[in-house]
Design a protein around this ligand. Structure first.
Ligand SMILES: Nc1ncnc2c1ncn2[C@@H]1O[C@H](COP(=O)(O)OP(=O)(O)OP(=O)(O)O)[C@@H](O)[C@H]1O
Ligand SMILES: [Mg+2]
Length: 344
């Protein structure tokens, strides 16, 4: 779907579509979100990444006005939330943990009812137009051929697809999706990724939260990394994945390659030799001209996993249940992951 640009839509030059300052949410003693200053550029595919319990869903819920911040401010599409919810929400397609639906009705009927309830619905919309919108959304998420079984009989993946279809109905300029591929198999994950990339190419800003590094790495152009309620890193993927300045040489003769390359060799393992080099083509020519066969040459880049491990206390997609309800001080002697902040 290519969302048609409407005057007043957030376009690529209009500054951030989401801006928060000092956004904080406490649940009793738990600081779920802790002083987050976040900016999401228009036109980006932004990944809010973080381990379980790091505050992603709470961030999303505050942005959508589903939960009130304890302190701080949030603007979505240039307007304050939750104050401007009535004008902002019709322009935001949202999916938050466990999409809601009328369980006794088929998915198609669910979408028709949602569509009729929206500001683009109403009595003046011709039924044909509504039907087309619903069919288009179903098609986009791979549910075009779905039968009349009620949503209660849907698999987890089908419910998730239906939730995404509901988010797409109004052709919003901004999509905010919390763990959109939850419950989908690898093929489904790939389909949703391609859909989000194509919507983004048509001008839709996509914000998704995920605890899956691979999902964010494959989809996003920019990431915000949450850790224990804090935003600990915001960066473009291009920058994070810039070459490290090292090249990995695959060769059946690593001894000869290492001898020839001498001082620039940094690591050896099996049939690979890792060298500091900024000219892979020159390196290849050098080795081949001296009779060393090269079967592969890779410019080394940091993986998102390495970045996350460096920048967050937890670094892994895990939540340590032993911490639940315990104060941070009680864990100070532990070097395990920290995913939750508790105020005493
Ligand atoms: N309604 C609530 N009442 C009490 N605590 C809450 C509530 N909602 C969230 N929390 C707590 O706030 C913290 C952040 O939770 P949140 O659901 O935002 O994390 P998340 O990053 O979305 O995690 P996940 O990857 O598991 O979905 C957790 O410690 C959670 O237990
Ligand atoms: Mg969550």
């Amino acid at each position: 779907m290519n969302a048609p640009r409407v005057p007043g839509d957030a376009g690529a030059d209009d500054g951030p579509v989401i801006r928060t300052e000092g956004l904080t949410k406490r649940f009793g003693r738990i600081v779920a979100v802790d002083g987050v200053d976040l900016q999401v550029p228009a036109g980006s595919r932004f990944g809010l990444l973080g381990p379980n319990g790091s505050g992603k869903t709470t961030m999303v819920r505050m942005l959508l006005g589903l939960v009130h911040a304890t302190s701080g401010t949030a603007q979505v599409l240039g307007e304050p939330m939750p104050r401007a919810a009535a004008s902002v929400l019709p322009r935001v397609g949202a999916l938050v943990e466990g999409p809601a639906a009328w369980p006794g009705l088929p998915g198609r009927s669910n979408l028709r009812m949602l569509d009729a309830a929206g500001t683009r619905g109403g009595l003046l919309v011709r039924p044909g137009a509504r039907r087309r919108r619903v069919e288009e959304a179903l098609e986009q998420v791979g549910l075009a051929g779905v039968d009349r079984r009620p949503v209660r009989a849907y698999s987890l993946g089908m419910r998730q697809r239906l939730g995404i279809a509901a988010a797409l109905l109004r052709r919003p300029p901004l999509l905010i999706l919390d763990e959109p591929t939850n419950g989908l198999d690898p093929r489904g994950i790939g389909e949703i990724r391609r859909l989000l990339v194509s919507l983004n190419a048509g001008g839709t800003t996509v914000v998704l939260s995920s605890h899956l590094l691979s999902e964010v790495e494959a989809l996003c152009t920019r990431i915000g990394l949450m850790d224990a309620g804090r935003l600990v890193l915001t960066e473009d993927m291009d920058v994070l994945r810039a070459p490290t300045g090292r090249v990995i040489v695959h060769t059946p003769d690593p001894d000869a390659a290492a001898r020839l390359l001498g001082g620039v060799v940094e690591e050896r393992a099996g049939t690979t030799v890792t060298v500091r080099a900024d000219d892979p083509a020159g390196l290849n020519a050098h080795l081949v001209s001296r009779g060393v066969a090269v079967t592969g040459l890779e410019v080394e880049r940091r993986t998102l996993e390495q970045v996350v491990l460096q920048r967050s206390g937890s670094g892994a997609d895990r939540f340590d249940p032993a911490r639940n309800g315990r104060s941070r001080a009680a864990d100070d002697d532990r070097s395990g992951p920290s995913t939750e902040r508790i105020v005493r």
